[in-house]
Design a binder for this molecule. Structure first.
Ligand SMILES: C[S@@+](CC[C@H](N)C(=O)[O-])C[C@H]1O[C@@H](n2cnc3c(N)ncnc32)[C@H](O)[C@@H]1O
Length: 504
């Protein structure tokens, strides 16, 4: 039997050339992120939703191969066999059916998976409709909100070996492949492993390989420059879906990852965990969390995106999966609330944990709130946050700050709010803002504003403190403690940068 006649199996073409043929075919008919956006006249392919169907069908009514592919794999409506056969020429329907991309039901073809052109990738994953079937447990998610959040925060410097833990269809692994020599992906769900391997081959990424297993088991003995994970972090009594439910008490799956990852990290290597955690009443939100990292040998930065009360949290997550059957909502909700009551859980935090293995000195822990906006990719700003915290930790005595020369971030901008008054325009607020990456915003007074604009990378902070004190009519000694605190805060958030960190 010739390779092309051999039988394909689920998500595995028998003939390796078929991956290339399929990829080239998609490119040739414009089934790319750009092509789909243009055809549908939308801004974001990941947000195509069922309630847009009528509009999307109207925009794909010319019967071109691109229209047919969009209808089949993105809008997910059955299409006429003959029309699909013609649209996919020279590919064969049977080949796509054998590999598990489509199902042929008499005169109609429907998609067996979604196929999404995302950035410069094509990704196959399960349709959310699968959540309403008896196959729901093994559902492999596509590009969700959590996927995008982690992808946007991933540190994208060169990595020799990267691990995507809980790879799903492999989105993080394939994005990391761009800046990694090799990527290993691990998932407990065999279907996710098959889809990750299929997507790696479809996108010609021979340096990505997926393995089936529980957490770090399949990569035992290996060490990584980067570990990225969007684990099943949802805190609930359920073990219904592998993609969502970690199967451990409360937030223990994330704690376990944080505890075990250091031995899988190279010195200086990073681990980024998208995480939900329980927050104890009567404590700062990060106090319980901080204990997870005791003895890990890692510097840790936790960025909190939100804290929800248990009711809102349960309702939000149950709605994700119970859209089609709202009747089941009440029962589930009561079950979840009873679990929280038994576990003493009242509030749940969410955010990103970044750990960096750093030996030979005591480790630092930083925890703060995410800025309201993240403007563009943020990985380089996470890395910069580590460098700035290292810098600040290296200057234990505030007095040593006085010799430092600082410059302003290239992304710095100031907003002034003025209101009319009898004396003309009166300034009521001055805000400092970063306009790229982690776009922190902070209120400042005119004295600090003046000090910041004098940070030209040439003058030591001692001079700036003296000038500020003079303009305020104070002795520098008296304002020094507040000055140090303000300057440290401005450096930590990246408004002011040591000269060696200033980039254009
Ligand atoms: C929230 S999904 C994330 C998928 C993908 N990485 C992303 O960012 O879109 C979590 C993934 O972790 C996998 N998973 C669940 N428990 C696991 C375990 N114990 N070990 C490895 N993978 C696991 C699930 O099958 C699922 O694919």
């Amino acid at each position: 039997m010739k390779p092309s006649q051999a039988k394909n199996s689920l998500f595995c073409f028998q003939d390796p050339e078929d991956y290339r043929r399929l990829r080239k075919f998609f490119e040739s008919v414009g089934f790319t992120a750009e092509g789909v956006l243009e055809a549908l006249n939308i801004k974001d392919v990941a947000s195509i939703r069922g309630d847009d169907i009528a509009r999307l069908l109207r925009r794909t009514d010319r019967g071109t191969p691109l229209d047919i592919l969009i209808r089949l794999f993105l809008i997910e409506v059955p299409c006429d066999v003959t029309a699909v056969e013609k649209a996919i020429e020279p590919l064969k329907l049977t080949s796509l059916e054998q590999v598990g991309l489509i199902q042929i039901n008499g005169p109609q073809v429907s998609a067996a998976v979604k196929l999404l052109p995302y950035q410069n990738l094509i990704l196959a994953f399960d349709s959310p409709c699968m959540l309403q079937t008896d196959q729901a447990e093994n559902y492999v998610m596509g590009v969700g909100r959590s996927t995008l959040t982690l992808a946007n925060l991933t540190i994208r410097r060169h990595s020799r070996l990267t691990l995507d833990l809980g790879s799903g269809c492999g989105t993080q692994a394939l994005l990391a492949a761009e800046h990694s020599d090799r990527v290993s992906a691990v998932d407990r769900n065999p279907r996710a492993v098959q889809l990750t391997n299929f997507n790696a081959k479809l996108n010609a990424m021979s340096h990505v390989a997926a393995f089936e297993g529980n957490l770090f088991e399949p990569v035992h003995g290996q060490t990584f420059d980067l570990v990225i994970t969007n684990p099943p972090f949802v805190i609930s009594p359920e073990m219904r879906y592998i993609y969502r439910d970690g199967g451990m008490q409360a937030d223990q799956i994330c704690r376990k990852i944080a505890h075990e990852v250091p031995s899988f990290l190279n010195e200086g290597g990073f681990c980024q965990i998208l995480c939900n955690w329980v927050e104890n009443s009567g404590q700062n939100w990060y106090e319980r969390l901080a204990k997870w990292f005791d003895g890990t040998g890692c510097d840790v930065w936790v960025i909190r995106s939100e804290t929800l009360d248990a009711e809102t949290y349960a309702a939000t997550w149950i709605r994700h999966t119970e859209q089609a059957e709202p009747d089941r909502f009440a029962g589930r909700f009561e079950e979840w609330m009873a679990y929280y009551a038994a576990e003493g859980i009242h509030t749940i935090g969410a955010g990103l944990i970044t750990m960096r293995r750093t030996s030979g000195r005591s480790n630092w822990f930083r925890a703060d709130d995410a800025p309201n906006k993240m403007l563009g990719p943020c990985g380089e700003y996470i890395l910069q946050g580590f460098e700035l915290k290292d810098f600040l930790e290296s200057i234990k005595d505030d007095k040593d700050l006085m010799n430092i020369k600082l410059g302003v971030s290239p992304n710095l901008c100031m907003d002034r709010q003025l209101v009319p008054s009898n004396q003309g325009w009166k300034e009521t607020a001055t805000q400092l803002k970063l306009t790229r990456g982690l776009a922190y915003v902070g209120n400042i007074d005119p004295y600090v504003a003046n000090m910041i604009i004098c940070c030209d990378g040439q003058r030591p902070l001692r001079d700036l403190l003296s000038e500020m004190a003079r303009s305020m009519g104070h002795d520098p000694e008296n304002i020094a403690p507040t000055f140090y605190k303000v300057v440290r805060g401005l450096i930590e958030r990246g408004f002011l940068l040591p000269t060696w960190l200033q980039k254009d």
